[in-house]
Design a protein. Structure first.
Length: 367
């Protein structure tokens, strides 16, 4: 095999497929990037059995062939090469020579036979969204997946398609994030749970441009994202997602309209007094026209008043400040509406159009 590519193209493609290289594995072949120049284009593939990524590299094939190379070493070499054309060549023993200007590396490769190719996934059921929309919806929900693996379902996000609507949901037992996206056309119903890790890695690769599209294909066990010259295949999380609709009551006793930036800045300031791991709540005392925010910790205390519009009853309620900050950071509206029932029931942050709902459970506190 012999091929020539520019360093920048190589680096771009290596960085894309590196997202599917496992941190720890007992199978050394999974730590490799497969360089496949056996057809008319150059393809890089990496696969950790949960997530697989394949991308086409811009370059010239001088001799067809295929080789698997240790991903970390290969990416480190490419990164340090001069900005010029790079030649990658293998001999009969799969020794791979990488040459650029006067620099020349020789590393041992492996045969591509043992490599786990991406599974073949049928392309029947699909939706199309812009890269910008997908990147945004991941950013606006991914923070509330569960970090630990105790409940596998909570480490993923629900992707649900009904007609021309895509609903994306994440939850971790303390809060729920829901975003709705209007699609350009009607599609058949789909309901799958996508691993959070897959979505985090995808959002790093997406360009985020509104003109660029992503095709998303769904099957019983897999989800496929196709965009630019890249294909990402991921296993789905099996099982039935939580029934969240019964938690989304629209009844409320107190409604508050508040400037988003003011509320976010105020809670952010209050957390200066909370050390990492210290579970001190922020207490909201909501009365006519005013919300008083208080926090008491071992370091000190703070309180601040914010002007609000209030409808309904007064309420004194406490929350984990981080949960409020996470939700407010991804809301772009100037003003937000908070809906509450009592100090033990969840608070809803939602818009009038139904594009988003953030549900946050309160915490007990001694006033």
């Amino acid at each position: 095999m012999k091929l020539v590519c520019s360093k920048s193209n190589l680096l771009k493609s290596v960085n894309i497929v590196l997202k599917a290289i496992p941190g720890k594995t007992t199978m050394p072949i999974l730590e490799c990037i497969l360089i496949d120049a056996s057809t008319n284009n150059i393809k890089f593939t990496a696969n950790d059995m949960e997530l697989g990524i394949e991308t086409i590299v811009d370059g010239t094939i001088l001799e067809k062939g295929i080789v698997a190379i240790d991903a970390k070493i290969f990416s480190d070499i490419i990164r340090k090469l001069p900005d010029n054309d790079v030649t990658i060549e293998t001999d009969g023993n799969l020794t791979t020579t990488i040459t650029c200007e006067k620099a020349k590396f020789s590393i041992s490769g492996q045969s591509g036979e043992e490599f786990s190719y991406l599974p073949y996934v049928e392309r029947d059921n699909r939706i199309v969204v812009s890269q910008f929309t997908l990147k945004e919806v991941i950013r606006q929900t991914i923070f509330s997946i569960a970090a630990n693996e105790n409940n596998k379902m909570m480490t993923g996000e629900l992707f649900e398609v009904k007609g021309d609507m895509l609903r994306v949901v994440s939850l971790d037992g303390h809060r729920i994030s829901i975003r709705k996206i209007e699609l350009k056309e009607e599609y058949s119903d789909i309901k799958v749970v996508v691993p959070g890790k897959t979505l985090i890695e995808i959002s790093k690769i997406l360009s985020g441009e509104t003109e660029d599209e992503v095709s998303i294909f769904f099957t019983k066990n897999h989800i496929v994202f196709e965009f630019d010259d890249t294909v990402v295949v991921s296993r789905l999380i099996e099982g039935e997602y939580f029934r969240i609709d019964q938690m989304l009551s629209s009844a409320y006793e107190t409604k508050v309209i508040v400037n988003k930036k003011e509320l976010l800045d105020c809670i952010d300031r209050a957390t200066l007094l909370v050390k990492e791991g210290d579970k001190k709540p922020i207490i909201m005392n909501i009365t006519d026209g005013s919300m008083e925010l208080k926090i008491n910790s071992f370091i000190g205390s703070m309180n601040e008043d914010i002007d609000i519009e209030k409808e309904g009853k007064d309420i004194l309620i406490g929350f984990n400040p981080k949960f409020f900050i996470d939700a407010l950071r991804v809301i772009d509206e100037e003003n937000v509406s908070l809906y509450m029932v009592n100090p033990k029931a969840p608070c809803f942050i939602k818009d009038d159009e139904g594009k988003f709902i953030y549900l946050i459970l309160p915490v007990n506190f001694s006033a």
